[in-house]
Design a protein. Structure first.
Length: 139
């Protein structure tokens, strides 16, 4: 029984769609990060700016931990999304020795829940048709 997962992620939310034996389960994980504003002065000067950056990083760390918990038992994970978050979560997964289960990482614009689910179903069908369990290719 293979567990295939698709993860659409940005800094505001993650949508995790898991397919196991043809049964699809969807979970939305909010980040609670709000809008992160960078000041033009750069780092090293303003203690308020440093506090805001640390707060932003702490919220993202908790968020990524929640996402990793949601995909922990997946055999194959497709990671996609519009911005930097997909690369950041991929890096965290690599540090946790999870990368062998990441089949690919793709850039994708904002998508509806239905579009995300359809993309995951196509991904699962591709693996079933090819006879592969988990692809080790990591784009």
């Amino acid at each position: 029984m293979k567990k295939y997962t698709g993860l659409w992620i940005d800094h505001r939310k993650a949508i995790v769609v898991t397919v196991t034996d043809g049964v699809e389960e969807k979970k939305t994980i909010p980040s609670d990060v709000g809008k992160h504003v960078r000041f033009s002065g750069g780092h090293g000067g303003d203690p308020a700016e440093d506090r805001q950056d640390r707060r932003f990083a702490n919220i993202l760390n908790r968020y990524y931990d929640d996402v990793i918990s949601a995909i922990r038992y997946s055999d194959s994970v497709l990671v996609f999304g519009p911005g930097e978050a997909k690369g950041e979560i991929k890096k965290r997964l690599k540090n946790k020795n999870f990368t062998g289960r990441i089949c690919s990482t793709e850039t994708a614009d904002k998508m509806t829940d239905r579009q995300i689910s359809a993309k995951i179903r196509r991904h699962v069908l591709k693996f079933h048709a090819s006879g592969k369990g988990v692809s080790k290719t990591d784009h």
